[in-house]
Design a protein around this ligand. Structure first.
Ligand code: AHG
Ligand code: MN
Ligand code: MN
Length: 364
């Protein structure tokens, strides 16, 4: 059945499940609970500063001291609590992991355990909250290892260390002028806009695809002195514009909110880079593999784009730690492939040796 713009998220999920008659419906129910957490976060993001005056039901989170003399929670922590509370009871999860929790979250003993793992960044780009710029939530759904399901034991960090290619579903919510939920269950990418009157996500973007070509790139250029030569070369060529080897002018954007950058790229193309750099040898990249790079990589690839570390597809990386960081490049396929090519080419090319230099015969 063709997708219809009138469908709610629930209807989309039910229609999707009909393609798999053996499916239990657990995944759908889980995604709906995640979407409820996102709706709640959208409210607190929008109304935090008004919470006390206008929204008595919304937690006041602006920092400072509450009436009990306790320190009030920041939105990151409240968002994390909304994610855990709205998903711990449903019986579909064996455990959760998040940017905001050092170790995996165990499903409390009073609730049944299920076959999925939920991994999330409850509030991405939170440095933008004070300036009223779009932020978002990112989530990834994995299968729990069979042995976890059989024994019902507590989850460990190792249970989450699965390559991104094994993700069952991934998505993000963006809290911007409208709240949207962008989702993949491995069959393309769809986008829903929250209708605040109904409280429902409505399918507004039935088939999101990333154009293969672009002339827009996003990178934090204040890090340029720490970039590796292939990244430097790529950006230099973009900046050279019409007069450089690319022969066309590029435009630059940097929001410092990956969800917002990814959303722009899904809507009109572009390339996003937070590459591995030499800024801090203890951190091979800024973004986290399991709850930032992998879900975004899955979404971008399902939309026909490409996601890479520069050296390999990000979804192929075997994770080594729950909070592992990684270099990330994603977006329009031809640009990401070009950046990967620059990483593969011999160092002599990167150092501008005459044979391969920009003014050489081998120039692109
Ligand atoms: P978070 O708010 O979850 O810590 O992540 C923010 C991330 C990402 O959204 C953004 O692309 C990047 O950090 C911004 O980094 P810079 O501050 O270096 O620009
Ligand atoms: Mn983040
Ligand atoms: Mn975060």
């Amino acid at each position: 059945m063709p997708l219809s713009r009138r469908w709610t998220l629930t209807r989309y999920l039910i229609e999707e499940r009909r393609r798999f008659p053996e499916a239990s419906g657990d995944l759908n129910a889980l995604i709906l609970d995640v979407s409820l957490a996102c709706k709640a976060i959208a409210r607190i993001v929008a109304f935090e500063d008004l919470a006390e005056a206008l929204c008595p039901g919304v937690p006041a989170t602006a920092g400072g001291i509450n009436v009990q003399g306790e320190e009030q929670k920041k939105l990151d922590v409240v968002s994390n609590e909304l994610f855990t509370r709205m998903n711990e009871w449903n019986g579909h999860l064996a455990g959760m992991a998040s940017e905001e929790m050092d170790v995996p979250w165990q499903i409390p003993a009073q609730y049944p355990r299920g076959k999925y793992l939920l991994v999330f960044d409850p509030l991405d780009g939170s440095s933008n909250l004070d300036v009223n710029v779009s932020v978002g939530s990112i989530f990834s759904i994995l299968r729990a290892p069979a042995e976890v399901c059989e024994t019902g034991r507590d989850v460990t960090e190792a249970d989450f260390l699965q390559p991104g290619a094994t993700q069952v579903a991934a998505g993000y919510a963006i809290y911007g002028p409208t709240t949207m939920l962008v989702l993949t269950v491995g069959n393309g990418v769809v986008g829903f806009t929250l209708n605040p009157n109904l409280g429902e996500f409505v399918l507004t973007h039935p088939q999101i695809t990333v154009p293969a070509d672009t002339h827009e790139f996003a990178i934090n250029s204040s890090n340029s002195r720490f970039w590796e030569p292939p990244v430097k070369r790529y950006v230099d060529e973009c900046l050279a514009g019409k007069t450089g080897p690319r022969g066309k002018d590029f435009n630059m954007r940097w929001i410092a909110s990956m969800v917002a950058e990814a959303h722009r790229i899904l809507m009109r193309g572009g390339v996003f880079m937070y590459p591995r750099d030499t800024k801090d040898p203890a951190k091979p990249g800024r973004l986290r593999l399991l709850y930032e790079a992998n879900p975004m990589g899955f979404i971008i690839e399902q939309a026909g784009g490409r996601a890479s570390t520069g050296r390999q597809p990000v979804l192929d990386v075997a994770p080594s730690a729950l909070h592992q960081r990684i270099g990330l490049v994603f977006g329009s396929r031809h640009e990401v492939e070009r950046i990967e090519r620059y990483h593969q080419e011999p160092a002599s090319r990167d150092t501008g040796a005459p044979l391969f230099g920009e003014r050489s015969l081998f120039r692109d």
